[in-house]
Design a protein around this ligand. Sequence first.
Ligand code: RP5
Length: 165
Amino acid sequence: MTTPSPLVGIIMGSDSDLHIMQAAADVLKRFDIPFELTVVSAHRTPLRMVEYATVARERGLHVIIAGAGGAAHLPGMVAALTSLPVIGVPIKSSNSIDGWDSVLSILQMPNGVPVATVALNAAKNAGILAAQIIGSTNRDVATALDTYKAEMNDEVSGKVKKLKS
Ligand code: RP5
């Protein structure tokens, strides 16, 4: 059996980001969306970042999730190099200024080069957003997302009932 080629690229500035970015991978696994996961550093491996972003579309990727902390230039630079949608995950790294450095350096993109920025450390939401982008043209993924939302609704409704009783 051949392995399906990845539709989502999950990249991160350092292997120290993996404990956060793993949540994006877990979500994509749940929705049966093939993905790849690797380290691409804007500062330590800049040429690898340029190569990764410029051939991403022709390699078959549909979305890139990029996580980085501190001077978090990876998502923005990748967005500058590809017309694929880029989802940015600001990561609170050990030497960060309370995470604000990561949030602002990913969020504050110039006009013309958007990065869909999720909340601090919110790799799970990045995975869901990537699934929603894939689901906009893939019926199976859309159905799985509808089921996921229905389950969330039921779970919260169950808690509401318990609070009332
Ligand atoms: C960023 O610097 C990485 O994304 C990471 O969040 C942070 C710290 O990296 P390490 O020094 O732990 O490799 O580039």
